[in-house]
Ligand binder design. Structure first.
Ligand SMILES: [Zn+2]
Length: 409
């Protein structure tokens, strides 16, 4: 027989679905989780691939809800445009579902390109969706309408990132943002999608006020808004915490960006513990990486040292930090990159380990290091080793090696 086995059995891993289920076997059939704890199996002549999970933890594949798949940046001129994401940037970070967006630049980065990139990543093995739109309002779309994009284009699951309260935003009015949210809501209803609006918040004083006004003055429910970069500064963090606690947290979401500089020395892992302590429900908090965006870098003396590129692997690194350094229970911390984004992005096959869900799975060792990654049942990382590269990744690595010979130490 050739090719990978259709049936796989992960044996004896401690399952966090994300709720803790204890040690058990998990049977994978094709791209799906067939059943948990299958007991004795009589598979006849079917070929079964065994994956030893003993002493390890099995968790849902991670969802990164805000990544600049095409690269972003550009705010320091053309030479500051950041590079495109590659498959292994996701898989080595345990990310099996990614949502792509444009950023500040929606002129040289286009929706058509973003859609093609998402389809490319999907063909390479992970699940990828996109937000239609841009920082700028009126938003860039594929068909000319947010609502039509949602209804007609399978990969479009929301709008974003719309920039508010930022010197780089297009300073959209109440009416403009309310209309975008309304289109997202109705487009989502007609297509069975979430229809969320991913809102980039800058460090301006208005913070969440425009969103709050829309919730007050229109019929649009809060669940359509995912305000992100809430950990940009202390003031916004406090406003976000208060926002997320309103209505008992029902349908309220805030998103923290893992690749940015810590707020007063506290990175996302610490902030998660702090928000939970302040009474924000775990189900109201998510993390995203803002991967491939441009990031100011600072040297040891805290001086600006040029631009860097946001990394997707900060996503789980901050969840791990929350668990290992700040005592957040693993099953709670995991929610922010699994079940919570799956719920507000309305991706029922994602973010949980259960029969019938997509076999998007991460095997962690006891130190919470990524040991194996499966996406739709395919093994992309195993025994800490990459088993699949995206198109041209080998070329990129070969070229890098060649260039390294030209670098002095
Ligand atoms: Zn942003």
């Amino acid at each position: 027989m050739s090719g990978p086995a259709i049936l796989k059995l992960i044996q004896g891993a401690e399952v966090y679905a994300p709720e803790p289920l204890g040690p058990m076997d998990v049977l994978i059939a094709g791209g799906l989780v067939a059943c948990l704890d299958p007991g004795a199996l009589d598979l006849g002549r079917a070929e079964l691939e065994l994956i030893d999970g003993r002493g390890k933890l099995l968790v849902p594949g991670f969802i990164d809800g805000h990544v600049h798949l095409l690269g972003g940046g550009g705010e320091g001129g053309y030479a500051s445009r950041t590079p495109e994401l590659m498959l292994s940037d996701l898989t080595t970070a345990g990310v099996t579902t990614v949502i792509g967006c444009l950023g500040t630049d929606s002129t040289t980065r286009t929706m058509a390109s973003l859609l093609a990139k998402a389809r490319g990543l999907e063909a390479e093995g992970v699940t990828a969706y996109i937000y239609t739109g841009s920082y700028r309002v009126p938003v860039r779309t594929l068909t000319g309408s947010v609502q039509d994009d949602l209804i007609l284009i399978d990969k479009v699951i929301g709008v974003g990132e719309i920039a508010l309260s930022d010197h780089r935003s297009s300073q959209p009015t109440f009416d403009e943002v309310a209309r975008i949210a309304a289109d997202a809501r109705v487009g989502g209803m007609l297509s069975g999608k979430a229809g969320v609006v991913n809102v980039h918040l800058g460090d301006g004083e208005r913070m969440l006020t425009l969103i709050e006004r829309i919730l007050r003055e229109t019929e649009i429910p809060a669940k359509h808004f995912v305000p992100t970069h809430i950990n940009r500064n202390q003031r916004l963090l406090e406003a976000g915490s208060a926002y997320a606690r309103q209505d008992g947290g029902r349908g309220r979401f805030i998103d923290l960006t893992t690749s940015t500089e810590p707020v007063e020395g506290r990175s996302c892992g610490a902030l998660l513990a702090q928000l939970l302590q302040a009474g924000v429900a775990a189900g109201s908090i998510s993390f995203s990486s803002d991967g491939q965006g441009s990031l100011p870098r600072f040297n040891a003396a805290r001086e600006y040292a040029g631009l860097g590129v946001g990394k997707v692997d900060t996503l789980f690194a901050e969840v791990r930090r929350g668990v290992q350094e700040y005592g957040v229970p693993l099953e709670v911390a995991l929610q922010v990159i699994t079940s919570t984004p799956a719920a507000y992005l309305r991706l029922p096959a994602k973010g949980r380990i259960r029969a019938g869900a997509d076999a998007d799975l991460v095997l962690l060792d006891r130190n919470l290091e990524i040991d194996a990654v499966l996406a739709r049942g395919e093994i992309l990382v195993r025994d800490h080793e990459l088993k699949r590269l995206g198109s041209f990744e080998q070329d990129v690595m070969d070229t890098l090696q060649r260039k390294q010979r030209f670098m002095s130490n």
